[in-house]
Design a protein. Structure first.
Length: 133
């Protein structure tokens, strides 16, 4: 098995056939307070934007992935390159074809089998999304 080849082909497939996804989030600078009622962060912030690509699966009523309770009809399963960083992007919104999507929590059982791993190296990062706004 040639792990380098597998990783390169996976990245090439995303580059050539992946759907464009725009990540939007806010980074706060200086002192941040949290609104005690809404839980919203308050303070000076800057909007950040990153363009990435993903393979997308939109969950239908007959989809086999619905065996997990957290996956619902209308959700989107997005496979990003493993190098796409989502940590630290508080309140990240995923824009796909002009529609806004938010990440959904997944159970520990699903999370253990979620990402594609070959020879201990993560190939894809999988995220469950639901429509927002």
């Amino acid at each position: 098995m040639n792990l380098g080849y597998i990783l390169a082909r996976s990245r090439q497939a995303l580059a050539e056939a992946g759907t464009p996804v725009t990540l939007r989030w806010r980074e706060f600078q200086g002192e941040v307070t949290v609104d005690p009622v809404t839980g919203a962060k308050l303070g000076a912030s800057v909007e950040r934007v990153e363009a990435v690509k993903a393979h997308l699966h939109f969950v239908g009523a007959t989809s086999a992935v619905r065996q997990h309770a957290e996956i619902e009809v209308g959700d989107c399963i997005a496979d990003f390159d493993a190098d796409v960083m989502l940590e630290g992007k508080d309140g990240v919104v995923f824009e796909i074809d002009g529609e806004k999507w938010a990440p959904k929590r997944v159970s520990e059982v699903l999370a253990r089998s979620w990402d594609v791993v070959v020879a201990g190296k993560k190939v894809h990062r999988t995220v469950l999304l639901s429509k927002s706004g």
